[in-house]
Ligand binder design. Structure first.
Ligand code: DQA
Length: 144
């Protein structure tokens, strides 16, 4: 079965409890289910991986070259994640960058993402719904 990779970086494993006024009340499990629902009709399954450790995210990317595409929320690695960026450069499939919050409405250190230039598309500020939209974008982008 074709697999979609859902990758979440540091501090995203505690969604639901983490600053809900910024990141909302949906948990990562809720998001995983929402993404799985979006892609089920196409026969895709979702492999979800979250880590607070950059190297673990990189290892997962290396092991996922045969997935159909990916949704990546790098968390604060958007700012410092040059090794993550290089791993994503090697990933041969389309992938979407997602941020729950509108990073440009926040502190200036969040205004640039080192991975953004490589993404097929970017969704910010729409909360957990952004992951659903990213899944739909990948469905449209990946040929049948
Ligand atoms: C985030 C935005 C990042 O700046 C922050 O470090 C996060 C979450 C978001 O989803 O809005 O951890 O990626």
């Amino acid at each position: 079965m074709p697999e979609l990779l859902l990758l979440n970086g540091p501090n995203l494993g505690i969604l639901g409890r983490r600053e809900p006024e910024i990141y909302g009340t949906d948990t990562l499990a809720d998001i995983e289910k929402a993404v799985a629902d979006e892609v089920a009709g196409r026969g895709w399954t979702v492999t979800s991986f979250q880590s607070d450790v950059e190297g673990e995210l990189i290892g997962r990317i290396h092991g996922s070259y045969d997935t159909v595409g990916a949704i990546v929320n790098p968390g604060a690695l958007m700012i410092t994640g040059w090794p993550l960026r290089d791993a994503l450069a090697s990933y041969p499939r389309p992938w979407m960058e997602v941020h729950l919050s509108n990073v440009w409405a926040r502190e200036s250190f969040r205004h640039e993402s080192v991975i953004a230039p490589l993404a097929s598309g970017i969704i910010v500020g729409l909360g957990a719904y952004g992951y659903r939209l990213a899944a739909r974008a990948l469905l449209a982008k990946v040929p049948h």
